[in-house]
Design a protein around this ligand. Structure first.
Ligand code: HEC
Length: 136
């Protein structure tokens, strides 16, 4: 390998890790929990797909998705679809507090999956979506 490429590679390495490092403690613990509940490999792509997927609400007939409140750019602040209350960005790259509190993640995933999809997310889905959010 030529020297220039090697130096570039070495400089990029910490960048490549920095996203996940910001969130690991809480998310790693949850991912381990999901794995022991039967989940397999977690996928950023599957998380991204779930994030953008639209689900029809049985009562109102309206379409809902995670992005309804959090927007499709996780680095932007969101806005609660019903209350209009501002939501801090979920992306760990701009909001260092995001994904750091296990209780908070659990509570909101439960509530948000129910509201958006109409049921709780499976351990696999939760792991995929957290893995995706960590890369944002
Ligand atoms: C009806 C609005 C709404 C929808 C739709 C929604 N969320 Fe949220 N979400 C919130 C609010 C409000 C919070 C709490 C924000 C806060 O207190 O900082 C939150 C917090 C979270 C958190 C915790 C972030 C942290 O600080 O650690 C995660 C993870 C999350 N949402 C994922 C999702 C996923 C995945 C979906 C789609 C299945 C989704 N949300 C859909 C409103 C929503």
């Amino acid at each position: 390998m030529n020297k220039y490429l090697m130096i570039c590679g070495m400089m990029l390495l910490p960048l490549a890790y920095s996203h996940s490092v910001l969130a690991t403690a809480a998310v790693d613990e949850l991912l381990a929990e999901y794995r022991s509940a039967g989940a397999t490999e977690f996928s950023v792509e599957a998380g991204n797909t779930l994030w953008l997927q639209e689900f029809q609400d049985a009562q109102s007939g309206k379409m809902r998705q995670c992005a309804t409140c959090h927007t499709d750019n996780l680095r932007n602040p969101g806005k609660h679809a019903r209350t209009g209350k501002p939501i801090e960005p979920l992306a760990t790259s701009v909001n260092p507090k995001s994904l750091t509190d296990i209780k908070k993640i659990r509570k909101w995933l439960k509530r948000n999956c129910k509201w958006t999809i109409g049921r709780e997310c499976t351990p696999q889905e939760k792991g995929n979506v957290l893995t995706f959010i960590q890369t944002q």
